[in-house]
Structures are given as C-alpha cells and as structure tokens.
Ligand binder design. Structure first.
Ligand code: COA
Length: 335
C-alpha cells in the first residue's frame, strides 16, 4: 500500500505492566484435568498473570504507558494521539478515553482498535500513518488485554493458554532519514472468524423487543486449536516474507523475530520455515502465556530492558489471531 510520507517515525521508548497474581500450571491442574508437563510440552507456558480488579485493563494500560513515558523527555500532556489495542475493553464504547484521562493526556485524541492478537501491530501501523503524513507528532500505542475475564476456567483446551498484561510504545515524528518503521504487511480472513472468537449473544431474541428488552452479553472464548495452529505456522511466514520482499530484504537480515507469544511451538515452527536460528527468537511466554494485544510490546520491552536488542538491529514483529487477522511490522532499532 502506498502513502505520502513526509515524516519518519521514531520509537522513543517502551513500557509494560502485568498483574501481581501468578497462576502456575500446577494450580491450573487442580482446576481442570491437565498437568504442568502437558501444558509446557504443548505450549512452552509455565505460568501466567491474572488480574482481579474490575479496573485492571485501565490500571495495567496506565502503568505500562507511564513506564514508557518516564523513559522519554515528553510528558503525557504532549501526546497528540493514543491508540489502545484491546479486545477486552471495560466499556464497549471503548477504553482509550479512560486511559487518556488517567494519564492526564488531555490534548490527545484517543480511540481503541479491536484486532485481538494482531492488535498491537495494527495499532503501530495506524499510528505510523498519522505520523508519516504529518498529522500528529507524539503518539502512545498500547496493547492491553484481560482475556482471563473471558476464559472458561473449566475448559482445559483454552484456559491453559491465556494471561493478562499490557505493553506500550511512544512514537514520535522525526526526519525521514531517522525512520525506525521500515514497512508492514497486514491480512484478514473473515471467512474463518469462528476459529477463535468471543461471540455476542442476546437474551429474549425471539420475544417482543419492546416489552422484554434485548440484553447483550458475550460467551467465553471458543477456539479450534489445531486449525489456529496450522493457520499461524502457514500464514505468518508468508506475511514476513512478503514484508521483507517489499523492502528488498531477506530472512538473513533479521536480528530478532518477535512474534505474538501464542505458543512456543508456533514461534519455533515459523522461525524454522524462515530458516531463522532459534537464538534470534524472542520468547517470554513461559512467564506470561498468551496476553493477546499485550504480548508483543511486553516481550519487546523485556528484550530492550535485558539489553538484547542493539542499535541498528532489524526486528520483525508479527501478530496473528482472531479475525482471523495477521500482520508484520519491520523495525530498524535506534535508541
Ligand atoms: N491437558 C491435557 N490434555 C489436553 C488439554 C490439556 N490442557 N487440552 C487438550 N487436551 C487433550 C485433548 O482432549 C486431546 O485428547 P484426545 O486425543 O483424547 O481427544 C489431546 O489432548 C490432543 O488435543 P489437541 O487439541 O489435538 O492438542 P494439540 O496438540 O493441538 O494442542 C493446543 C492444543 C491448544 C496447545 C494447540 O492446538 C495450539 O496451541 N493451537 C494454537 C492455539 C493458539 O495459539 N491460539 C491463540 C492464537 S492467537
């Protein structure tokens, strides 16, 4: 996709936050018929963080945002735009405005993006458009989810996978020469939306609407695990190759492969298809499980704090999941 680029995009800083409550595989084995061995062998997950407060999404998003902002020279009041990628808002009309109020970013326009586990990549691409065309200068992008609230804790096929968390990135316009965001590639296949979804349902749907009302609610997460697995290991490498190709790069140029942290087997299967050595794969899902839109910024922030990522490194990020959606963003890292 072509656009008129007048500005570059610099990633000034990242931040993250997770709840304190840690739920181990052993603990889950007391609730459903599973075991630490089964979960770890099939997914690479050892434990996950679960939030208990009703305001947890905003609290975590705020903590991650402040963590990122505090590493920069700008204040919340300098932000022009806030994009919150979440599929678990605490208000169906959107949660980004609550984040805007909580951090005191009163000059910023704020909105949500709902794209499940691709949410952070799509939010970064969206923010990039606003900066590259000169509309906004300082942008906060947050990926935050509390999937624990929509997980059926008696369904062993899904409850082992998910955790809660938030990650943030502060983007700023810069000269085109200093640009960090090299390219992106996004896809959707709505034909397969029901492979992974949280479906809306209405009570009294066959009764008289006006006398009884029509109350909406949502079901638990449902997932066709094997199908989602096959989708990820086939489509994500294609997306990465298409994105690399558009920039005249190849997988040999990749320093870090930062995939949505869904399943360790998916991370290494994608790396293997692209012939990327396992040392270049960033993985933290043993500690957090699948935190949906939070997983990429959470892992990015940890990798930066651990000084894994160096100046000039090429980072390939790919998100994938419900929708079905998937997408790749390629970044050249400069401090
Ligand atoms: N503990 C023990 N046994 C379990 C189990 C659990 N938590 N969950 C499923 N099983 C059982 C199944 O009942 C099945 O038993 P059966 O053969 O007697 O019927 C067996 O294990 C194999 O189940 P299956 O679903 O085929 O396992 P799998 O190897 O596909 O692994 C997933 C399941 C969910 C780990 C895997 O499919 C996966 O990771 N898919 C991608 C999911 C994902 O990443 N979703 C989010 C994308 S954003």
């Amino acid at each position: 996709m072509k656009s008129s680029i007048t500005q570059g995009v610099k990633i000034l800083a990242t931040g993250s936050a997770v709840p304190d409550l840690c739920i181990s595989n052993e603990l889950i084995s007391n609730m459903v018929d599973t075991s630490d061995e089964w979960i770890f062998n099939r997914t690479g997950i050892k434990e996950r963080r679960i939030s208990s407060s009703p305001t947890s999404l905003i609290d975590m998003a705020t903590a991650a945002s402040m963590n990122a902002l505090n590493k920069t020279h700008i204040n919340a009041i300098d932000l022009d735009l806030i994009i919150l990628a979440t599929s678990t808002p605490n208000d169906l009309f959107g949660s980004a405005s609550q984040l805007q109020a909580k951090i005191g970013a009163s000059k910023a326009i704020a909105f949500d993006i709902t794209a499940a586990c691709s949410g952070f990549v799509i939010a970064m691409v969206t923010a990039t458009q606003f900066i590259q065309n000169g509309s906004y200068s300082n942008v906060l992008v947050v990926g935050a989810d509390v999937l624990s609230k929509w997980t059926n804790w008696s369904d062993r096929r899904t409850c082992i996978l998910f955790g809660d968390g938030a990650g943030a990135a502060i983007l700023q316009s810069c000269s085109v020469l200093e640009n960090n965001i090299l390219g992106f590639h996004l896809n959707t296949n709505g034909q397969k939306f029901d492979q992974l979804n949280i479906q809306c349902e209405y009570s009294n749907h066959d009764k008289n609407f006006f006398s009884k009302g029509l109350k909406g609610s949502f079901k638990y997460i449902t997932m066709h695990g094997k199908e989602v697995y096959k989708f990820a290991v086939s489509k994500v490498p294609q997306s990465i190759q298409a994105c690399l190709g558009s920039l005249n790069l190849s997988s040999e140029n990749i320093d870090w492969l930062l995939l949505h942290q869904a399943n360790e087997r998916i991370l290494y299967a994608v790396a293997s298809r692209l012939m990327i050595p396992s040392e270049k794969v960033i993985s933290n899902l043993a500690k957090y499980g699948n935190t949906s839109a939070a997983s990429i910024p959470l892992a990015l922030n940890e990798a930066l704090e651990d000084n894994k990522i160096q100046n000039g490194d090429l980072i390939v990020m790919s998100g994938f999941g419900a929708g079905l959606t998937w997408g790749t963003l390629i970044i050249k890292w400069y401090r």
